[in-house]
Ligand binder design. Structure first.
Ligand SMILES: Nc1ncnc2c1ncn2[C@@H]1O[C@H](COP(=O)(O)OP(=O)(O)OP(=O)(O)O)[C@@H](O)[C@H]1O
Ligand SMILES: [Mg+2]
Length: 230
C-alpha cells in the first residue's frame, strides 16, 4: 500500500538532511507507530507522504501512485488525497466557520460518500456526539482533536496519517480514542501511520518504529527516547 524509497529532505543546505535515505514498506491493513525526538522530522515525513511537500529525492508510492512523480500534477494528488487519505493534523486544521458536525462531514461530502449514521456512530464512540452542533470556538482542545480524528475516518479512506492524535487528551480518553483509531482502521483494512510521543499509543500498533538520524528504525516503544540525540 505504501512504499518509500530512499527519501531525502533538507530544509537547509548546510546541515545534514532531516530525512536521509529513509525507506518504509507498509501493508494495506497494517498499523505503524512512529516515535522520535521533537524536531526529528516526523510531521515532515507525514507531510511528504500526503503530498503537501516534496522531497529532495527518493520516491513515495501509495496504491501504485507515485506521490513524488505527481508533484507537478496538483489535481491528481488532490483527488488522491480526497478519495484515499484521512489526515489528522498535529494542529487539527479544522474550519472555524463550521460546527463540529460539519467539520467532520467535510471529507465525506467532498468524496461523495456522506453517511449520517456512520458519522453518528463514529462521533458517539469518540464521545463527541453531544457537541455536534457547537461552533468550533466553543470546543475544548480535546474535543477538537476528536473531531479531527472523526474527520479523518468518516470518508472511509485507505490510508490514515495521524500526527499526535491524542496529544491533547487525558490518559483515559487517549486510551479509548486510540483504541477506536486502531480498531476502525483494522476493521476497514485501512493502513494507519500514527506519530506519537505516547508509548501507550505507540505500542498498540502492529509495528513500532522510531525516526532517528533521518531513518526509520524498528523500536520497542519504551526505547523510543532512549537515545534522542538527533
Ligand atoms: N517548512 C519548513 N521550513 C524550514 N524548516 C522546517 C519546515 N518544516 C519543518 N522544519 C524544521 O524541520 C525540523 C523537523 O520538523 P517537524 O515538524 O517535522 O518535527 P517533528 O518531529 O514533527 O517534531 P514534534 O515532535 O515537535 O512535532 C524542525 O527543526 C523544523 O523547524
Ligand atoms: Mg510534529
Amino acid at each position: 500500500m505504501l512504499i518509500i524509497n530512499k527519501l531525502k529532505k533538507s530544509f537547509s543546505d548546510t546541515e545534514k538532511p532531516l530525512l536521509n535515505n529513509l525507506n518504509l514498506s507498509l501493508h494495506s491493513d497494517e498499523s505503524l507507530s512512529i516515535q522520535g525526538a521533537s524536531g526529528c522530522g516526523k510531521s515532515t515525513l507525514l507531510s511528504l507522504i500526503a503530498g503537501f511537500d516534496h522531497p529532495d529525492s527518493g520516491d513515495i508510492i501509495i496504491d501504485n501512485l507515485s506521490v513524488t512523480e505527481s508533484k507537478n500534477n496538483a489535481h491528481r494528488i488532490d483527488q488522491f488525497r480526497k478519495n484515499k487519505m484521512g489526515i489528522v493534523f498535529q494542529s487539527f486544521n479544522l474550519f472555524d466557520c463550521f460546527n463540529a458536525w460539519d467539520n467532520i462531514a467535510f471529507t465525506a461530502r467532498l468524496k461523495g460518500n456522506y453517511d449520517k449514521k456512520y458519522q453518528q456512530a463514529l462521533m458517539d464512540q469518540l464521545g463527541i456526539l453531544s457537541i455536534a452542533k457547537k461552533p468550533l470556538s466553543q470546543l475544548s482542545g480535546g474535543e477538537q482533536q476528536r473531531c479531527a480524528i472523526a474527520r479523518a475516518l468518516v470518508h472511509r479512506p485507505s490510508l490514515v496519517l495521524a500526527d499526535e492524535p491524542t496529544g491533547n487528551l487525558d490518559e483515559a480518553t487517549s486510551d479509548s480514542v486510540s483504541d477506536l483509531l486502531y480498531e476502525t482502521c483494522k476493521q476497514a483494512n485501512t493502513a494507519l501511520v500514527v506519530v506519537t510521543h505516547s508509548n501507550d499509543v505507540a505500542k498498540r500498533a502492529d509495528r513500532a518504529m522510531r525516526l532517528h538520524k533521518g531513518v526509520l528504525e524498528n523500536a520497542m516503544p519504551e526505547d523510543a527516547f532512549a537515545s534522542s540525540t538527533f
